[in-house]
Every structure is written in structure tokens, then in C-alpha cells.
Design a protein around this ligand. Structure first.
Ligand code: HEC
Ligand code: HEC
Length: 412
């Protein structure tokens, strides 16, 4: 096993160099991830990523706690098992990290869903096309309207994107791939490039057999989606505690959990375990910085749903600052203060929003606020963090070295 790379040192180096241009920039706690040299010829792996276990040739989620959760209906949500092909997951991983899918060969999914930032990008709003670099210091390029969510447990999300405009991962992927502001690609570009790549030709045949002999955009999206389904996080300290390990949480964290599920804070009404989202839409009154974001109303046309967004999961939440669709709350302290003051009601949200009745001034004490935040720290589990391939089949630079972007004209 190769050593874990603590990414902090490299990232902080260029964060420091760039501080003169910082508008107010948040630097979230960095995640650990492994950078690996791909095997000869990019041979696909028949092993399952960690967090999944191999059974009869397929990877199943190794949810050590799933059985007890299925029995323990008290938690209200049953998670169905999924069966994933290890080779397809591995192919999806290379595609996820390979900028070949973008029109200008500069941008991969990983630029905005980066392992160092727990599969998000540490930015208030993401930067799309023509940007330089990745993560919080990515600059220039098209500034998108919203913040990038992390991808943990998207396998169980019923509505994707902040306002839920896609209902499955396959439809979702067409968003970033074909949007002119993001990867600005097309099925034709993707198909012609990948069918010309001897590595990808071989890899698609390994993953899909005969069906992979002609690479279609639909197969690319299938591999990406199956890779995303492997990004699970269900082995946090909270999971250990909830299935009987009473030592897994300390007194303060338990107090925090009690605040979380209390009738005063009511966090668990919308963020119930095990997903920490009920997968529905709610308006809490987050303020937009510039242009207003009408959220779910733009999909359904109902003004009752103005400013409503899909309740996000809180898994790995300490790793994915800044928060909310607009990325306007920098820390968990700010989030909890926002709720404690009554959400949008206490923070001057426009009065045409129908803020959910559970979001009201709470009057939590300093001690309860601190405990609630400590509890949110117990939801961290990055066991299934994907391995970062040091190189990808296209030979293009991956989102690891800042330097490789300095000379973009030399990249064909
Ligand atoms: C330029 C940055 C950027 C790139 C590149 C990018 N994304 Fe995203 N991603 C975002 C942002 C921002 C959102 C939220 C957009 C919204 O809700 O309107 C998002 C949302 C998502 C979601 C929805 C998650 C949820 O919980 O609803 C998934 C899944 C996702 N992206 C996967 C991908 C995949 C796969 C790729 C590559 C094909 C990709 N993204 C490329 C920035 C990016
Ligand atoms: C009425 C449902 C509801 C309740 C109650 C609720 N939330 Fe939320 N929560 C949401 C929605 C919806 C969002 C996304 C809002 C947005 O982006 O505009 C959100 C966002 C968040 C986020 C940011 C997630 C991210 O990835 O950016 C955190 C953290 C959070 N909530 C924690 C809490 C805590 C702690 C409580 C209890 C004090 C709580 N929530 C109560 C619905 C709710």
C-alpha cells in the first residue's frame, strides 16, 4: 500500500502565493487521498474500492451498519443494496479525472469535485470554462451561479443538483459535460476522441465486452455514474455509535445529537440519518449574494417553492465548506448561527419566500451550539475516497499540479 499523501503542504504553498488576489477566500480543512501510478496499459482493476466488497464478481456497499439499519426501522430510511462492476467503476474513475471529456481538454470532473476538498472544490461558487487550476484558488474562467456539492452517497439521492433538476446520475452528467459554461463538450467530441484512443478502446472492451467495441457517450456516462455510485460514506463514528458502540461518541457529541434531533432545533426533521437528508425540497431562506436563485420554483413553476432547494446530506460536512447553494456561509459556526437566528426569517430574506415552519429562532445556548457543531464532526468517513491516478489515458495533465496549467498553449 502506497503512503497517504497529505495534500495540505502543496495546496497551502500556492494558496499563500496567491493571497494578494484573495477576495474573501475560505480554505477548508483538506482531505487525505492517495495518488497512484496507473498499472501498465491502464489495465482495469477487478478489485472493489474500499468501502465496497466483492461478491460474485460485483461490488456491493460494505455497509457494516446497513443490516442493523434495515432491522432498526426507527431510523426511517432503508437503503437498498447496489451491485456495481469493479471494472466499470475503475473505468469511470479514469474518465472522472481525465480532462479529455471537456471541449478544450482542460477541465475534468475532479477539478470541481476534488479529493483534497472531499469531492467538492472549497469555493463559494465554482469556476467553469477557461478557469485555471482547481479548488479554492482556481481563477479566471466562467463563474458559475452555485457552489459544488460533494458527491458522497449520491447513489441514494433522488433529486440531483441543488434544485433537483435531474432525477438520476446519468441525466445529471449531461449537465456539466455539455454546458457551454462548464466542460463545453458534446457527444460527438467525446466519441471521436475516445474512439481514437488505443487505451480507452481497450479499457471499454475490458469493462463492457463486445458492447464496448464502439465507445458511445452513453457508455461514458454509464461508467462515470457507476463510479459515482461507489462514493459511499456510511462508516463514521456516528454509524458506529448508532449500531451499538457506545464509546464512539463522547458526552459533548451526544449532547449535540440531542440538540440536532430536538424539537427546538429540528435539524433531524430535514436531515434524518442515515443519509442526513430526507431528499425533499425546503426553503430555509439562504440569502443570495448577487442574482436571486429561485431554486425549485424554476422547475415546477410553483411560487410556493421559491428559493427551495433539495436538503443536502450532512455526511463529511466538516470537509466541504463553504456551505449552501450560494456558498455564502463560510463555516459550520456561521451555519448554526444562521439557523439559531431563525434562518432567512432572522436574516432579512425577501418576504416572498415561504420559509419552512421548522426554521425559527431557536435560542440555543453557546454550549448547545458548540455541542451541535461537535456532533457534525462525527459524520466524517472518507474510506471510499477514490485513488487519484497520477496520469490518465489521454496523457493530459490532471488536477494535481498547478504548474501544468501555466503552459496551457503547449497542450494540444
Ligand atoms: C466547473 C465545475 C464543475 C465540473 C467540471 C463538474 N461539476 Fe459537478 N457540480 C458542480 C456544481 C456547481 C454543481 C451544482 C450545480 C447546480 O446545482 O446547479 C454540481 C453538481 C453535481 C452533482 C449533483 C450532486 C447533488 O448532490 O445533487 C453531481 C452528481 C455532479 N456534479 C457530478 C459531476 C460529474 C460526473 C462531472 C464530470 C462529468 C462534474 N460534476 C463536473 C460543479 C462542477
Ligand atoms: C426545513 C428543513 C431543514 C431544517 C429543519 C434544517 N435544514 Fe439544514 N438545510 C436544509 C436545506 C434545504 C439546505 C440547503 C439550503 C440552500 O442551499 O439554500 C440546508 C443546508 C444545510 C447545511 C449546508 C449543507 C451544504 O452542503 O452546504 C448544513 C450544514 C445544515 N443544513 C445543517 C442543519 C442544522 C445543523 C440544522 C438544525 C439546526 C438544520 N440544518 C435544519 C433544510 C433544513
Amino acid at each position: 500500500m502506497k503512503s497517504w499523501l497529505v495534500f495540505g503542504s502543496i495546496a497551502s504553498l500556492f494558496i499563500l502565493c496567491d493571497c494578494s488576489k484573495a477576495e474573501s477566500r475560505i480554505i477548508p480543512e483538506l482531505s487525505k487521498f492517495e495518488v497512484v501510478e496507473p498499472p501498465l496499459g491502464f489495465r482495469l482493476s477487478s478489485h472493489c474500492p474500499s468501502g465496497l466488497k466483492l461478491e460474485k464478481g460485483f461490488c456491493l456497499i460494505d455497509y457494516r451498519y446497513i443490516n442493523s439499519l434495515e432491522i432498526n426501522g426507527g431510523l426511517g430510511q432503508t437503503l437498498v443494496q447496489v451491485k456495481l462492476d469493479p471494472k466499470v467503476i475503475d473505468l469511470g474513475r479514469y474518465l472522472f479525472f481525465d480532462p479529455i471529456l471537456s471541449g478544450d481538454k482542460q477541465l475534468s470532473c475532479a477539478h470541481c469535485h476534488h479529493p483534497a476538498y472531499s469531492l467538492s472544490d472549497g469555493r463559494k461558487q465554482s469556476i467553469g470554462k477557461d478557469g485555471l487550476g482547481y479548488g479554492p484558488t482556481r481563477k479566471n474562467g466562467v463563474l458559475l451561479k452555485r457552489s459544488a456539492p460533494s458527491l458522497w452517497n449520491v447513489v441514494y439521492m433522488k433529486n440531483l443538483f441543488w434544485e433537483g433538476r435531474a432525477s438520476n446520475l446519468e441525466d445529471q452528467a449531461e449537465g456539466p459535460l455539455y454546458s457551454p459554461d462548464e466542460m463545453a463538450s458534446s457527444p460527438e467530441i467525446i466519441e471521436s476522441r475516445l474512439n481514437e484512443s488505443p487505451y480507452y478502446q481497450k479499457m471499454f472492451r475490458q469493462a463492457y465486452g463486445e458492447k464496448g467495441s464502439k465507445i458511445s457517450a452513453a457508455l461514458v456516462i454509464d461508467a462515470l455514474s457507476n463510479f459515482e455510485r461507489s462514493l459511499v460514506s456510511f462508516s463514521s463514528r456516528f454509524d458506529k455509535w448508532s449500531t451499538g458502540d457506545k464509546e464512539a461518541l463522547n458526552t459533548e457529541e451526544l449532547l449535540g445529537y440531542n440538540v440536532f434531533r430536538s424539537f427546538v432545533a429540528r435539524c433531524a426533521e430535514c436531515h434524518p440519518p442515515p443519509m442526513f437528508t430526507n431528499n425533499v425540497f425546503a426553503t430555509i431562506g439562504v440569502l443570495d449574494t448577487k442574482e436571486r436563485d429561485f431554486g425549485r420554483e424554476t422547475i415546477t413553476g410553483q411560487n410556493l417553492l421559491r428559493g427551495a432547494f433539495r436538503v443536502p446530506s450532512l455526511r463529511n460536512i466538516v470537509k466541504t465548506a463553504p456551505y449552501m447553494h450560494a456558498g455564502n456561509l463560510d463555516s459550520l459556526e456561521e451555519v448554526v448561527h444562521f439557523y439559531n437566528e431563525g434562518g432567512g426569517r432572522g436574516n432579512g430574506a425577501p418576504n416572498d419566500l415561504r420559509i419552512h415552519w421548522h426554521v425559527r429562532e431557536m435560542g440555543l445556548s453557546k454550549k448547545e451550539i458548540n455541542a451541535l457543531i461537535s456532533f457534525l464532526y462525527t459524520l466524517t468517513d472518507e474510506t471510499s475516497m477514490p485513488k487519484f491516478p497520477k496520469s490518465v489515458p489521454s496523457g493530459l495533465p490532471v488536477a494535481l499540479e498547478y504548474e501544468s496549467y501555466q503552459n496551457r498553449s503547449s497542450i494540444k
